[in-house]
Design a protein around this ligand. Structure first.
Ligand code: ADP
Ligand code: MG
Length: 255
């Protein structure tokens, strides 16, 4: 095993993915370093969710190679649940299950544990994401947007995966809840040593929590680096995204 490989949690090479006659990802390559928070930006419908879903083996690829924690993805994805936790874009909780049952869901699916142990784990995970034990018996309909995201996060982390995938986790949250969620992601990444792959449009998230930002345009990663480097990018789409009127206004207000 060479040193280069060990550095990366995710390696994507020459990935081509499409549906019917539509090519969505077109010879895309991307490395995610171990222990970093990587932000992914791109136009709506540009293939961010498709990239995430292809990495975790939910969408088949036309060609190219993907490795996650040094293991090739494709064909068999067994053991995957312990490798990554996922917060899907439309990642709703199971509405008929309590918070506790939602968090325990991956445990039940993947392990054989006593009810007592599962209850202990659920409470520990809820506390880890800033919720209280009293919240465990609530139903999703009784939760605020921010709490719902936290429960989904607790569920994603139930099996202690080293990698966390987040698809627009702060969309739909007010700025305060979004800021709190970002801070939580940063804390969890530091304390658990997680690698985080985060699709986001949130300029605050990009500047405050992401170690690096990757820009997806025309089916490829056209720029990648710390946010300050992306702001210098000459790529037309990246320039338009970060220096367009709307983002100028937002950046101005963030100062
Ligand atoms: N399961 C699917 N079947 C057919 N087309 C899909 C499917 N999933 C995504 N697409 C198409 O792929 C493109 C990229 O979608 P997506 O990755 O969801 O974009 P976004 O960057 O907004 O997350 C879109 O044109 C979408 O319609
Ligand atoms: Mg998406």
């Amino acid at each position: 095993m060479d040193e280069q490989q060990e550095e990366f949690a995710i390696r994507v090479r020459d990935l081509v993915v499409g549906f019917g006659r539509q090519t969505v990802l077109d010879h895309l390559s991307l490395d995610v370093r171990r222990g970093e928070i990587l932000g992914l930006v791109g136009a709506s419908g540009g293939g961010k969710s498709v990239l995430m879903r292809t990495i975790i083996g939910l969408i088949p690829r036309w060609s190219g190679a993907i490795e996650v924690m040094e293991r090739p993805i494709g064909g068999r994805t067994q053991g995957a649940a312990t490798t990554w936790g996922i917060l899907f874009q439309q990642g709703a909780l199971f509405s008929s299950l309590t918070v506790r049952q939602n968090v325990q869901f991956p445990l039940r699916e993947n392990l054989v544990l006593s009810q007592e142990l599962m209850d202990e784990i659920a409470i520990a995970k809820l506390e880890m994401v800033g919720l209280r034990a009293q919240d465990a018996d609530k139903y999703p309909a009784e939760l605020s947007g921010g709490m719902t995201k936290r429960v989904a996060l607790a569920r994603a982390l139930a099996l202690d995966p080293p990698i966390l995938f987040l698809d627009e986790p702060t969309s739909g949250l007010d700025p305060i809840a979004a800021g709190d969620f970002d801070a939580l992601i940063r804390t969890l990444q530091r304390t658990l040593g997680l690698t985080v792959f985060m699709v986001t449009h949130d300029l605050a998230s990009l500047t405050t929590v992401c170690d690096r930002v990757a820009a997806l345009a025309d089916g490829k990663i056209v720029a990648i680096g710390p946010m300050r480097e992306l702001l210098q990018s000459e790529h037309p789409w990246v320039r338009a995204y970060f220096h367009g009127k709307r983002s100028q206004m937002l950046q101005h207000e963030m100062r």
